[in-house]
Structures are given as structure tokens and as C-alpha cells.
Ligand binder design. Structure first.
Ligand code: AMP
Ligand code: MG
Length: 491
């Protein structure tokens, strides 16, 4: 059964935890008329929402907080967090309000959150608003990550108005309707650990287990099992980010999901010219969150979570759980890279092949996505040089040698070439959300109120492993002007 906005069953189990964990706060609607700027039908399906709802005049009002939904209980969540390595004792949803949750016909629970919905008790000096630019970036990227098979929050729609928002310049305000089974972060636990309030840690852990890890309910070691599961999920998430070349940009513990989802898209970036030291966030002067540091930061972050759970777990057990992070990350990363190269099993040989390929890519600053996609088309037999691919490398001879060694290993594997190619095309995307692609969509939206580019990109990024001949130019490395795009925390 499909719902309209009146029949959507909404409740808020998080609200039942009590105000230790949040502040009740209503969204502040825009002053000017609210408009729906873009609607994501796939995300509507998650809520069993009829696609026709987008045409209802009240839709934009609901998703800008002007009109309430029956059963909602809007709240801003409290959390703390390690930001750039330093503990900040109180953060919280400074510009987001969770309206409530709904459970779909498959029994999946989705929280509905408005981001950019005005000030909350956690806004500090901020205005509680989001600008159109950053909203489009989160909207596109969360769907792109989903298309790539990477766990992420989702996005139902972008709403906006003519309200102005002041950043480095005057910008257009917008709101994102974000969906996630839970928005609980590592920092949601840390806030109580540092206040030495141990009971809420237990309450929150029980809530997370009951609602999101029901398989752990009733286990004697359930809190340890929760930590272990989050460690494994985080390690696997990081392996997926690294394998696809995604840099998050602000891996603070308040942006780390207790469900292992990619959460809070700010100054993220997909690697183009391969450079392990790639820093996507222009405010990250020391490169703490450089691409190559992400897996290690993941470990730092789960260590912060482990510490916050110490009132519930023996310290030795927590330490032992943390020891599993690195092996879990390495195993998953190697498996993903082996698959990207067309091997079924990771082994020392294909690992060293991969390493040497990446070194050459670094030297030549080749486009990360392009190289792996092109490799799918290599023939197992023969020694044709694949000029197009080879010419991406400065040391062509070295690459040609690498190719021979690669072919030899592929032949050893003995898998039919067509099957190997098919498998590689299914795990090496043709399209990722390059910064300039989002920029084109943003400029059209800001300048002309033209959202057609968002449409085009959504189609492309939802199925990034498919060919999209009409958009083939987006599989090319970026044009020259794209080098000047800078993204920072200001959003
Ligand atoms: P972020 O870097 O986006 O993860 O945000 C870090 C913290 O700052 C979170 O607690 C946000 O809710 C808060 N924040 C970010 N931007 C704003 C804003 N414009 N107004 C109020 N709070 C904000
Ligand atoms: Mg955040």
C-alpha cells in the first residue's frame, strides 16, 4: 500500500528515550514561499510514499517544516564529538530536526530528518540553515554512494525558497530531507561518557541494539558485541571508500554513524588524478583527513566509541575488539581491490600487482575511476598494448610490463574472459560524482532555478556501472576549469 502525506504512519521511538538525549524543537519554516526543487522517487519508495505526493501543494510545506505531519515529534539530537582530533563536549543537531520515523511494508524503519531547518539549542553561533549548494551536494552524493553499493544515509527531496542565507556571500537557503534507519553517531555516546553520566550510555546502547541490531538482544555480552559489530561495519565502510576513491573530508566522530553508514556529506570528493595525499576539504590545512589517512582515522574514531562504551564493557575486551579493526579493514580492502582487477580471490600476487599499479597511477596522476574501468576491456590473450590506457601513463614501458604480468595472472586464474570482464564492469563504476559535475548542477540551480542537471546526474549516478551514452562526457577526467573548485566546511 502506498501512502500520501496524511496516511504516512509516523512515530518517534527516539523521542521516547526522554530529553536527556535530545531537545524537542520545531523546524523554522522559510519566510518566503516554499518550493519543492527535486524529488527522489527511489527514496519515496523506502517510505512507501506514493510518488504523486510530490505534486500535492502541501508537500513543500511539510518538508520545510511549515506544516506538521500527524504523529511527528520533532527533535534535535544531542551529541559531542572529536573534531579534528579535539574533543568538543557538546555539539548536537545545530541545523537539523528529526521529524519522526516510519516503518515500511518490509518492516524497515526510516527516520525522517530535515537538514537546514533553522536554529536549535545546539546551533551555537550558527543560523541553523543550509545553502542550496551544500544541499545539492549531499543529495547527489548520498544517492551516488547508494548506487555504488556503499552504505549511506538517503535523501528524499530538496526544498527551497527565496530566503537568503549569509555565508562568504549571500546564498539561497534550502533544506534536505534526509532518511536513515538511525542518525545516532559515535558522538551520541561520547557526550555522556565525558559528562560521567553512565546510565544514558546504557539506555542509548539498549535502544540501538533493540532497534538496529536485534540479533544481539539478550546476548550476555551484547554491549561488547555491539562494539565489535560497529568496528567491523566501520572497517568495511572505510575499505569501500578507499576502493572507490571517496574522501569524506570531515571524519569527526560526530559524523560517524553507529550503523556504519556514510553520514554528513560536506566537503567530500571522489579521487580523480590518483594521489593518496588527496585532501578534499580546503579547511583541512594539516591533511588530517587526507584520503590515505582515512582508514587510520576510522580506527581512531572507533577507539573513541570504545572508550565511551567503557562503562558497559571490560577494558581488556574493548581493547581486543579494537584489534580486529585493522585486519577487518585490510581483508575487505584487498578483496575489493582484487575484484576490481578481476580476481575472485585476494592473494599476495594480485595484491602486489595492485600495489604496483597504484604506484604507477600516482606517478602519472592518472584518473582513478578511468583506469580501473578501462582494465576490464583488456584481453586475456595476446599482447596488444591498449594504447588508450597505456598512454595515460608517463612510463609507458613500465605499464606495458605491468600489463604482461597482469595478463599472466589472469590466465592463471583460468576464468573465461567474458565473465571476468562482466564482473569487473559490475564493480568498477564508469561514473562517480566528480566535483565539477555537482558544480554544473549547482550553478544551473543557483543561476537559473534549473534543476534538470540534478535530474540527469541522479539517473547516471543511481546506475554508475551502466553505460549512459548521452552522458559519456562525465566519464572523462574533469575539464580544466574544474581545478579551481574549492570545497570547505562552510555550508
Ligand atoms: P558538520 O561539520 O556539518 O558536521 O557540523 C558540525 C556541527 O556544527 C554540528 O553540530 C552541526 O549541527 C553544526 N552546524 C553546522 N552548520 C551549522 C549552521 N549553519 N547552523 C547551526 N549549526 C550548524
Ligand atoms: Mg555533522
Amino acid at each position: 500500500m502506498k501512502h500520501d502525506l496524511h496516511s504516512l504512519p509516523l512515530s518517534n521511538s527516539f523521542a521516547a528515550l526522554g530529553e536527556t538525549f535530545f531537545s524537542p524543537v520545531s523546524p523554522t519554516p522559510f519566510e518566503q514561499t516554499a518550493r519543492l526543487l527535486h524529488f527522489n522517487a527511489d527514496a519515496a519508495d523506502l517510505l512507501d510514499l506514493d510518488h504523486q505526493v510530490q505534486h500535492a501543494p502541501e508537500f513543500a510545506e511539510v518538508f520545510t517544516g511549515k506544516r506538521r505531519l500527524t504523529g511527528d515529534a520533532p527533535l534535535a539530537m544531542l551529541y559531542a564529538g572529536h573534531q579534528f582530533g579535539h574533543f568538543v563536549p557538546q555539539l548536537g543537531d545545530g541545523r537539523a530536526v528529526m521529524l519522526g520515523e516510519t516503518t515500511n511494508q518490509h518492516g524497515d524503519k526510516w527516520e525522517i530528518q530535515l537538514k537546514g531547518s533553522g536554529q536549535t539549542p545546539y546551533s551555537r553561533a550558527g543560523d541553523g540553515r543550509a545553502v542550496l549548494r551544500s544541499t545539492i551536494r549531499e543529495y547527489l552524493c548520498s544517492e551516488a554512494m547508494h548506487g555504488l553499493g556503499i552504505p549511506t544515509t538517503r535523501a528524499l527531496c530538496i526544498t527551497g525558497s527565496d530566503d537568503e542565507v549569509y555565508r562568504e556571500r549571500i546564498e539561497t537557503g534550502a533544506m534536505l530531507t534526509r532518511l536513515a534507519p538511525s542518525h545516532v553517531r559515535f558522538g551520541s555516546f561520547e557526550v555522556f561518557y565525558y559528562r560521567e553520566q553512565h546510565e544514558p550510555i546504557c539506555t542509548l546502547a539498549d535502544y540501538v541494539i533493540e532497534h538496529h541490531y536485534p540479533e544481539l538482544v539478550g546476548r550476555e555480552d551484547q554491549y561488547l558485541a555491539l562494539l565489535q559489530t560497529v568496528i567491523t561495519r566501520t572497517a568495511r565502510l572505510l575499505a569501500q571508500w578507499q576502493a572507490v576513491g571517496f574522501a569524506h573530508g570531515v571524519m569527526n566522530t560526530d559524523n560517524m554513524s553507529i550503523l556504519g553508514l556514510t553520514l554528513d556529506y560536506g566537503p567530500y570528493g571522489f579521487m580523480e588524478a590518483y594521489e593518496p595525499g588527496y585532501i578534499c576539504n580546503h579547511s583541512d590545512h594539516e591533511g588530517r583527513y587526507a584520503f590515505k589517512n582515512q582508514p587510520q582515522i576510522g580506527l581512531f574514531n572507533v577507539s573513541c566509541l570504545a572508550q565511551a562504551l567503557l562503562p558497559l564493557i571490560e577494558v581488556e575486551a574493548a581493547k581486543a575488539a579494537l584489534e580486529d579493526y585493522q585486519p577487518a579493514y585490510i581483508e575487505h580492502f584487498h578483496q575489493l581491490m582484487a575484484s576490481k582487477l578481476g580476481f575472485e580471490q585476494a592473494d599476495a600476487d594480485n595484491e602486489s600487482l595492485c600495489k604496483s599499479l597504484l604506484e604507477q597511477m600516482k606517478q602519472s596522476r592518472t584518473d582513478y575511476t578511468t583506469v580501473f574501468r578501462q582494465l576490464a576491456y583488456i584481453n586475456d590473450e595476446g599482447n596488444d598494448c591498449h594504447a588508450e590506457l597505456r598512454d595515460l601513463f608517463i612510463d609507458r614501458e613500465k605499464f606495458t610490463q605491468w600489463l604482461s604480468a597482469y595478463r599472466a595472472q589472469l590466465q592463471q586464474q583460468g576464468k573465461a574472459e567474458s565473465l571476468r570482464r562482466e564482473a569487473m564492469l559490475a564493480c568498477n563504476p564508469k561514473y562517480v560524482l566528480r566535483n565539477y559535475m555537482a558544480q554544473v548542477a549547482i550553478e544551473k540551480a543557483e543561476r537559473d532555478q534549473d534543476y534538470s542537471e540534478i535530474d540527469a546526474l541522479m539517473t547516471l549516478l543511481k546506475t554508475p556501472f551502466d553505460e549512459h551514452p548521452a552522458h559519456a562526457h562525465y566519464a572523462e577526467p574533469p575539464p580544466d576549469w574544474a581545478g579551481d573548485i574549492e570545497v570547505s566546511c562552510s555550508s
